[in-house]
Design a protein around this ligand. Sequence first.
Ligand SMILES: [Zn+2]
Ligand SMILES: [Zn+2]
Length: 281
Amino acid sequence: MINFNFHQHSLFSDGKAEPEEYIKQALELGFEAMGFSEHSPLPFKTPFSLKIENIENYVETLDALKEKYRDQLSVYRSLELDFVPGFSEDFEKWKRLCKVDYAIGGVHLVKPNDTEELWFTDGSDRNIYDQGVETFFGNDIKKAVKTYYHQLNGMVESQHFDVVAHVDKITMHNQNRFFTEEEKWYRDLVSETLHLIKEKELIIEVNTRGLYKKRSNKLFPDGKTLQQVIESDIPVILSSDAHQPGEINLYFDYAIKRLHHFGCKRLLFFNGSGWEERGLE
Ligand SMILES: [Zn+2]
Ligand SMILES: [Zn+2]
């Protein structure tokens, strides 16, 4: 049984409960470790980011919880850092201010080349995705997806962090409508990104959120991309990206089956000072 999850959001960003509620749930499930990864602040208003004025409170609240539950499970403080070229600040700033134990990097807002507006590719609304493909990329899906992966590559090359969040989440609202993941141009983009991730010795997370939110019929990543991750020997973690206590281990059993299917033998586990390997039974 996988009894740890290092990617989850509380009320400090866009989660729905206080951090302690997640810890109580984790104890009920026999967890040995968990980490909070609130969305990092951005220089504009968003409904999902940690607010700068709450950083101190985030640090203090988590320090108190780490201490309170020290004998029962390990609690870690992290961030899911948003990389938006020209907008987001260097990851180091937020990592330092929030005194993170480890860092997750991800792309949710894509910056098209010729506008200051941003394309929101995440969230529940498929129309926002479709409108972005039309407005920012003239319905050229290849250009849109390429911009996403190139932004991700920019993050991998310019920022310091541990884990790449939901590497192929750009496929979530596609649902095979604009393209399939088998197409050569798409595979080439993924290969380029995975190559960079491998080179920088980063970790890839296998994220179950799309499945339990019914926004997707697959993991991020899954299929050929997950196969390629495993075959390239890129280390993986499993996370649910929980936004509520009841979500902290959803679809973990399914994900384990998929990981086995692709020949994955190990998951990474954060032990307080670094990442160690745990065998997949
Ligand atoms: Zn995310
Ligand atoms: Zn997240």
